[in-house]
Design a protein around this ligand. Sequence first.
Ligand code: AQP
Length: 333
Amino acid sequence: MEKKTIFSGIQPSGEPTIGNYIGAIRNWVELQENENYENIYCIVDMHAITVPQVPKDLRRHTLELLSVLMASGLDPEKTTLFIQSHVPAHAELTWVLNTLTYMGQLNRMTQYKDKSKRFEDSSINSGLFTYPVLMAADILLYQADYVPVGEDQRQHLELTRDVAERFNNRYSPTFKLPEALIKEEGARIMSLQDPEAKMSKSDANKDSYLLLLDDPDAIRRKIKRAVTDSVGVVAYNDEQKGIKNLLNIYASFTNEDIGNIVDRYEGKGYGVFKEDLAEVVVEALRPIQERYNDLINNKDYLEKVYKKGAEKAEYMANKTLRKVYKKVGFIPR
Ligand code: AQP
């Protein structure tokens, strides 16, 4: 049986949060262990510069993220792990796809609407606007069957399929139409300070997120400060969005049924629940952090991993790009 191809990416736009871990990274690790899949995961630094980045921080975050991915269980022997800017085909295919994407479609993207709110109209860069086209190129270059992402990325996946279909119809069948792979549980971890907004590594408020590399004290402090409500009962419903989010985090790390957790905290109040949750998170992150500390200090090994990953990725990506260039009418060199 031919293996199905899985592709996904993550931005080095800050330090990864438990939202990135629960919604994406740990699912990637699970998929890696399934022998029916060929896995390709990418650190999308070209996406990250759609919002301003300090160059030395971007470099640091990129290597940190590579280490976090491996510390979480991604194995470069089993999975292609690479950095987006190392494979020029991503930018090259984006240009072609830009010519097949309508402004109206991009205008409807909710991530663009959310992120562009942070800037004055006159300083929204067009990279932020065409971000979903670069994402489409990332996926289509590898002829991916499935794209494991969090719920927030569903709309971008639909656009990817749409653009791929338009290309296939205008020229001839070229791209596989990828499907989003979204896990119900943990698909959307919310901010600890605003349970209406998703937890994001680039949030200005450091109390809003738990980082994978946060030390135990930071984890305890942030969970203690997490916004709840005045009801005072640990329950899972949409009137108590803060507690609901904390329960989701608890269940994600313990794989326990939410009903059981709720039962256990009956009559106990938020203080005890938050203290226990903090310990659950500390213990879940401990082994990842230990492995991370070894990896981040081994720069030679990291370099070997990303160079080998880029070589493998480039070979696959160029195959698709050559076909695309030929079909649109470019003369081969
Ligand atoms: N809060 C979240 N809950 C569940 N999944 C999440 N993801 C992100 N936040 C949550 C998933 O993580 C993967 C990688 O995301 P990304 O880094 O490429 O971009 P993002 O979705 O924009 O993540 P952030 O943390 O919010 O980054 P910034 O702040 O830079 O925009 C994706 O699969 C995403 O669904």
